[in-house]
Design a protein around this ligand. Sequence first.
Ligand code: GLN
Length: 195
Amino acid sequence: MNVGVLALQGDVREHVAALRELGVDAKLVKLPKDLKDVQGLIIPGGESTTIGKLMVIFDLLEPIRHRIQAGTMAAWGTCAGMILLSKNVNDHDQPLLNVMDSRIQRNSFGSQIDSFEADIPIQCIDGEPFPAVFIRAPTVESVGPHVEVLARLPADGRIVAIQQDTMFATAFHPEIVSDRRLHQHFLTLCNEVSA
Ligand code: GLN
């Protein structure tokens, strides 16, 4: 399977290692040509303004948007990646892929010091709740009619995982825990695209 990880800034290595555990050799995507034959793209956590600016500089914004909208590439945004996939972000003007019908609140829980871990049930996985790590995390303020809400924070009901067709977004960081169920879920989406 041909899966890419956007490798401009952020948790790139961690996602590559997680995919390797599942037997997938990820391709690092740094330039538009790296998107060739890629069935799915992970947009990692990091700093969404930085990743967005680098996508503009390296001419990646349009090609990635085009592949996602054409339905020829699945996408998964984690944390900053969730912000970049969205159509709207509160109070910020920044480059976005503008593909998921969602409105995002950045830094929804405060600063780095307010990071936390929570076990949350997620609709796309079986078994135990998922150990979700939130680091300067966004939350989803609202979604359009075609977006499925997959998880809410048990404490206050804020939305932290969504899916729209083969686009998937999580507010937390599955790549830094040992649970691989969400990476597995994303591979299922990548298979749907190639089918
Ligand atoms: N707060 C960051 C942003 O707004 C996201 C943090 C993260 O990806 N861990 O881009």
